[in-house]
Design a protein around this ligand. Structure first.
Ligand SMILES: NC(=O)NCCC[C@H](N)C(=O)O
Length: 411
């Protein structure tokens, strides 16, 4: 893929030196969480925003100090809607996807949003709109008069700081994902507008391997680029098996270097919502793993067949041997979360002990609170960049979940 090195997107591994990454600093959307909303909006507690932002700033600073260009979702999105026609289209799509029904309410919201500058409009779209914000806007909506208990006219999107999930960079393209839940599916509108309209990406012929109008779901936390030939995808609580097959057919057709997709069938449960909550790559031949998935794990290989067809096979070997075979390695080490101790590993996995972000081969960003696993990583020769995550982890995501690499060097 060396001809493509000028592409605004270029990711051929999980561990190549990280050059450009997309983050979102958590904003007021997190303060629109209430106990009644937590379950539906996929949080287990309400983070203290001030501290969550400080922790996030530390994360961004760690990346910048290590030579990474940090881009912010909120900035790219507001730069993408500069043209009046694009901004208007964005508002209409946003209202549709927020299920704002009834012309009276839509008119009130259009009027309310018309005063916002682009940056403020994007922030507002992210944070949600409380009913009381519309008290000065004349509204003629029967629904508003009748359903007066619910405090929002538009729900917040508190999971946006997990930039890993709504789209994923693979090679020089993306999957623009269809998410399992409505709350997370709404987030994909920002990536759609960025890739279609931002000068950095617009007209750059970025291939889209999977689009958000698909009916089956695929989420970025399940998509791991292990090498320029091999992709791992989780079949999980969030990603359907059929989505993996669709991705394989599209990516194999497109002339990229990828030849195999390893589909990891993992238990469907909240704590393991994506493959990257239980398995990440930390070095050429080393991976973190949560021991609880090792027993139930089944891996299927999908390879390029003749005439655009694909071959699907259940792999009958242990995970180390499957990885050795497809990655052409003579040795593979699986580093178990908290060394496999049943109590420490489930506690640390819950707070993303297995969810590392590699910034170079053998160098990862991890949360301080997972000190048992971090020490074991260090004993395996892995350099750990330790960041605080007491508030950030309340959303159930770690450093890999909070980052979407756009460019990495080849390994
Ligand atoms: N890749 C990841 O595992 N992302 C973490 C997403 C956490 C978020 N609260 C969610 O449930 O979707």
């Amino acid at each position: 893929m060396s001809d493509n090195k000028k592409s605004p997107l270029y990711v051929t591994s999980e561990i190549g030196k990280l050059k450009t990454v997309l983050l979102h600093r958590p904003g007021k959307e997190v303060e629109n969480l209430t106990p009644d909303l937590m379950g539906r909006l996929l949080f287990d507690d309400i983070p203290y925003l001030k501290v969550a932002q400080e922790e996030h700033n530390y994360f961004a600073k760690t990346l910048k100090e290590n030579g990474v260009e940090v881009l912010y979702l909120e900035e790219l999105a507001s730069e993408a809607i500069q043209e009046k026609e694009v901004r208007e289209r964005f508002i209409e799509d946003f209202l549709d996807e927020a299920n704002v029904d009834g012309e009276g309410l839509r008119q009130a919201l259009r009027k309310y949003l018309s005063d916002f500058k682009n940056e403020e409009l994007i922030q507002k779209a992210m944070e949600g709109i409380r009913k009381k914000e519309l008290s000065n806007v004349k509204m003629k909506s029967l629904a508003d008069l009748a359903d007066n208990d619910y405090p929002f006219v538009v729900d917040p999107m508190p999971n946006l700081y997990f930039t890993r999930d709504p789209f994923a960079t693979i090679g020089t393209g993306i999957t623009l994902n269809h998410m399992r839940t409505e709350t997370r599916n709404r987030e994909t509108i920002f990536a759609k507008y960025i890739f279609e309209n931002h000068p950095r990406f617009k007209d750059k012929n970025i291939p889209i391997w999977f689009n958000r109008d698909e009916t089956s779901s695929l989420e970025g936390g399940d998509e791991l680029v292990l090498s320029d030939k091999v992709i791992a995808v989780g079949i999980s609580e969030r990603t359907d098996a059929i989505s993996v097959e669709k991705l394989a057919r599209n990516i194999f057709k497109d002339g990229q270097t990828f030849e195999t997709i390893l589909a990891f069938n993992i238990p469907k449960k909240r704590a393991f919502m994506h493959l990257d909550t239980v398995f990440t790559m930390v070095d050429y031949d080393k991976f973190t793993i949560h021991p609880e998935i090792e027993g139930p794990l089944t891996v299927y290989s999908i390879t390029k067949g003749d005439n655009g067809e694909i071959n699907i096979k259940e792999e009958n070997a242990i995970l180390e041997d499957i990885l050795k075979k497809y990655l052409g390695l003579s040795n593979v080490t699986l580093i178990r979360c908290a060394g496999g101790d049943p109590i420490d590993s489930s506690r640390e996995q819950w707070n993303d002990g297995s969810n590392t972000l590699a910034i170079a081969p053998g160098e990862v960003v991890v949360y301080a609170r997972n000190y048992v696993t971090n020490k074991i990583l260090q004993e395996h020769g892995i350099k750990t960049h330790i960041i605080p995550g007491s508030e950030l982890s309340r959303g159930r995501g770690g450093p890999r979940c909070m980052s979407m690499p756009l460019v990495r060097e080849d390994i």
